[in-house]
Design a protein around this ligand. Sequence first.
Ligand code: LFR
Length: 483
Amino acid sequence: MFAAVDIGASSGRVILGRVQAGGESRDSSVELEVVHRFPNGVVEIDGGLRWDFDALFAEVLTGLSAAATVAAAQGEQVASIGIDTWAVDYGLVNAAGELTAQPFSYRDDRSRTAVEPVHRKLDPARLYGTTGLQFLQFNTIYQLACEKNLDGMQALLIPDLIAFLLTGQRRTEATNASTTGLFDAVAGEWATEFLTALGLRKDLFPPLIQPGETVGTLLPEIAARVGLPQETRVVAVGSHDTASAVAAVPATADDGGENFAYISSGTWSLVGLELKHPVLTEASREANFTNERGVDGTIRYLRNMGGLWLLSECQRTWAQEGFRPELTALLTAAAALPPGGPQINPDDPYFIAPDNMPERIRAAVRRTGEVLPDDPAAITRCIMDSLAAGYARTLRDAERLADRTVDVVHIVGGGSQNRLLCQLTADVTGKKVVAGPVEATALGNVLVQARATGAVSGELADLRALVVHSHDLRVFVPELSRL
Ligand code: LFR
């Protein structure tokens, strides 16, 4: 069995994965069992929005203990551990290996003022030509420019920081490194010239490691604490959650081979294609598409769009006001509303920070000269219409910029359970939508571990076939009459 530590911006889980490789691929399967869940969210610490990393790490240890217990009760062992989280953010570790402060969250807006000074040293066109990274004000490169003193420090991205505390080994996993703005998309190496140009040490980040390689084995005190053998390996997976999710997209040859698109729909919506080579053109930069690294050296050519954060933040505000609508009821009421209502731009940085989201959405609609009633169903419908329209725009751009035709759109993650969003996406894109699995991130994490330890073999397509055989997927076809 494999333990997947999978932490998102609003919750984390430790999951046990069981992979069975049958003689016939149809006998193969991958099953998950959540053994520990915990909440996550930004907290205000020392005047900034940060992650309570100490609390998260304690939850990881609790989860690994639970994994050890559950596996043992089934007469099995935890063969390895893989870690994935959101991207971009990092903790600073000193020479003694201590985390010097709780890591900043990308939702803190400190890096906004760092953008211009960085661009004065490194022109955005030059940055894009090498890194292929979409401009987002919170990319690691801008966050680092806010640090006052990096003497003797190393920056460890969040999953790498967890792996370091478990094993004592410092590495930077490549899929997540590709979100820093300091990674060469073609060479697959650090863009050391950019580190130097910004006055950063070349070894600010630890050396790269690829998904499937071993980070190390458990430190004795960690092994004793969680009840796992010291030889238990921590295996690098697609440690950027989106890389793991895309690895588990259930694309099949029936999808027309490469002609599938994916939407990893959760807090964010990551909308795009899987490519063999980056697209570093000026047109691609203008459209703000990113070339992040995927498992097996693939390129995740996508745009990072707003996501279900818009709705979860509304729900948080409504709850503060004493109104706690059940999600299914809310979506049903939203689905019953007529089409053609007002829309917002879900990618507007105005929506990044936590605040009164219903009011911000209504204000954004007012600026377009329309009116959105102060009614949860109407606000929910506005979010869903805006996301679906954004998905369609982004997919059209991706097809044009990468010269691909998309036959089928896979929606994975939490959004795959949102029937309204899936149906609207089919309607607006005019394409078939295949929804599921909801747990794509953890599945991608487990499958890369399973391959690394020899439990399964093959290419990404073979790993994906296991997902197809083990999960019920829902198909949505365009209903043009609804538009
Ligand atoms: C999704 C995600 C996105 C990244 C954003 C911030 O969870 O990892 O891919 O752009 O969070 O790190």
